[in-house]
Write a protein that binds this ligand. Sequence first.
Ligand code: SF4
Ligand code: SF4
Length: 405
Amino acid sequence: MRTNIMSPLAETAAGAIADEVLRACVHCGMCNATCPTYHLTGDELDGPRGRIYLIKQALEGEPVTSLTRDHLDRCLSCRACETTCPSGVQYHRLLDVGRDVVAHQTERPPAQRALRAAIRWLCIEPWRLERLMALGRPFKALLPSALRGKLPARTPMGALPRPVAHDRRMTLLTGCVQSATAPHFNAATRRVFDAAGVSLTETPGVGCCGALSAHLDAPEEARALARRNIDAWIKQLDAGAEAVIVNASGCAAFIRDYPDLLADDPYDVAKARRVLAALKDPVEVLAKDPPRAVRAPRNTRIAVHQSCTLRNGPGLAEAPERLLASLGYDPQPVAGSHLCCGSAGAYSLLQPKMAGELRALKVTALTAGDPEAIYTANIGCWMHLAEKSPVPVRHWIEAVDDVVS
Ligand code: SF4
Ligand code: SF4
């Protein structure tokens, strides 16, 4: 597709990324077939081809309205469209540039701005969310149902292994929302790695990956968080850590985009690439060197939800399922794996209607095989699905923990 990106954007790294992506698109529309929002509304502008066209107009200096922003807001950033694009268009890279440009040209209503700022303020420092949840739990029964579902019960963490018991050492991102709402995921990950002969340590100074800030109109805040994390991880890698382990696939997906986020500074990009070379989802480590099962699974019949951020970027869609099957589980087939569950970071808070419709479809698909539990790879999917699932929803690492630790 021919493009004519306006100055001064055309001279920036973001402009170059947008130009490259737009030129690759031949406007065939095949991507619409796997787009969840197009599936729901049938509106061309709620599909990837329409959004690409809207972004192109915005980048070329055409007037932008709140309607343009609404269509981009409704995108889940799930990247399902990229899996069916014959031209290899990296839509999500263009979306990030487009959203920034559109956000600068249209002012959100005050209520939207306040909600976005509140989510960021609450989530990027885990203690704030933790404290709010601790205050809310005793009154859970009195809360409106929409809020009740966002207050998961605290699950005991269990015993932790000694911090440095093995020669092999990796560092774990404990996350912001995850460390406040589901610290038992991190405890299970540490036990599983311990059983596999690897000590998982935390990295001082590392916190939120920045995804929420980037998706909630605060790209500079996201850049600052990314730089802080990169510097802390590089110290760990220099000190002998083999890998950076991220067990929330949504955070990992955002970290993989650090080079684009920091594209204006080649020094930052080089440092980000070093971290990316060491970034691993736990399933990549465990699939290569699986820990030995020491007991049988308690729930054998399971369904595994393929989180978009594990499926559509790194191509690890079936890796957790394969690992669990090798440990004695019996994953049931799940239809429509390409459809996002509707969680998508803060999407379920900002676009509750569409997120609810997608979740209903996903829960129906996941429970069709009558599983005893549902497993996922991402904190956001866990919270979102657990609100309406008739069976327990857990992180897949917990299923591994059940049989190896
Ligand atoms: S993104 Fe890919 S599939 Fe979609 S219109 Fe462009 S070339 Fe076609
Ligand atoms: S990222 Fe997901 S929601 Fe957005 S256009 Fe692509 S398929 Fe549709």
